[in-house]
Write a protein of this length. Sequence first.
Length: 138
Amino acid sequence: MSDYEVYETPKSNLEPGHDTKDLENILVIAKRQKALLLTFLVYFLLAGYSGSANAEVKPLLQLILLPLMLAVVILTALLSIRLYSKIGATIMILLSIIPLINLIIILIANGSANKLIKSKGFRVGLVGADTKEIAKAI
């Protein structure tokens, strides 16, 4: 009898390819994740500095922090829409408005984005994945 097993499923010698639509979605998620992380980093640094700033600079810093906080909420919403269902994204958006809870929401969204990007075989660094590497794969 031969080595060929009749009931064995056939195996392909081709590498599994990625769907371009799927990779385009990953690229959008990576870009939104990087924008969210960088915006939140700037917000966090300015908020920390505003606590120790003198009285003349403090109102100016608080004026700068307001649009940054709004940008963090909007970027969290854009990332959540791509990552979660409509109900999940709505909950994440509503919770991202609340101070300190938005930090937890950002960490959850960032973790989900990291997990999805890594599952497609791309490396993720401190401020997200390299978008040029993902764009080359498309």
